[in-house]
Design a protein around this ligand. Structure first.
Ligand code: SF4
Ligand code: SF4
Length: 184
């Protein structure tokens, strides 16, 4: 992590992330069990326990720029491994929310495009329509025709549905999506 420039630290950041994630970061003793168990840690630029350390030190700008917060798939392995029951997956989620609200530089824009396509599908149908998600994602990445062979194969094997399946009570789903972000 190198030297910490105190003028770059945000002292309220730790409290904000703890409130959003309901995780108590003072319980972390940096045993690295979370990082050791994380299936994505090899791809990450900063280990999950180091992300917690950056939050503890109030390194807001730096931590919001990491690829780690976008590569995290929220599998909860780290939270289960933690001997002190720190909800690391919840912290990653809070960091992604703050990054979006503050228009921080996104280290993995492709992952954000995919995330948006999934959330949009759930908002409209109450379920994920995989074909549409894939097409929207490919379109946003300007790669509509890449993997077309695979897509056709999946369609022919009925692994993808042409039309979306919708939940009956779409009104309730819509109401979930109309909650102001500040209230979450
Ligand atoms: S497993 Fe828990 S205590 Fe250990 S480094 Fe990770 S968050 Fe901290
Ligand atoms: S929730 Fe994220 S950080 Fe934790 S183990 Fe899974 S991918 Fe890694």
């Amino acid at each position: 992590m190198g030297c910490i420039e105190t003028e770059k630290t945000d002292l309220g950041f730790l409290e904000r992330i703890e409130q959003m994630s309901r995780a108590n970061l003072s319980r972390c003793w940096h045993c690295m069990a979370c990082s050791g168990g994380c299936p994505l840690s090899r791809e990450m630029d900063v280990m999950p326990n180091a992300v917690l350390r950056m939050v503890q030190f109030g390194l807001r700008e730096e931590v919001l720029k990491t690829s780690t917060i976008w590569l995290c798939v929220g599998c909860n392995t780290c939270s289960m491994e933690c001997p002190n029951a720190v909800d690391i997956a919840g912290v990653m989620d809070a960091l992604r929310q703050v990054a979006l609200r503050e228009n921080a530089e996104i280290a993995e824009p492709g992952i954000l495009a995919f995330h948006n396509a999934v959330v949009d599908s759930i908002g409209r149908y109450g379920r994920t329509h995989k074909l549409e998600i894939m097409m929207r994602y490919k379109l946003s990445e300007k790669e509509l025709f890449s993997d077309i062979d695979l897509g056709l194969k999946m369609l022919s094997r009925r692994k993808l549905d042409l039309l979306p399946s919708k939940v009956k009570d779409r009104k309730s789903i819509k109401s979930l999506f109309s909650i102001p972000k500040e209230a979450i």
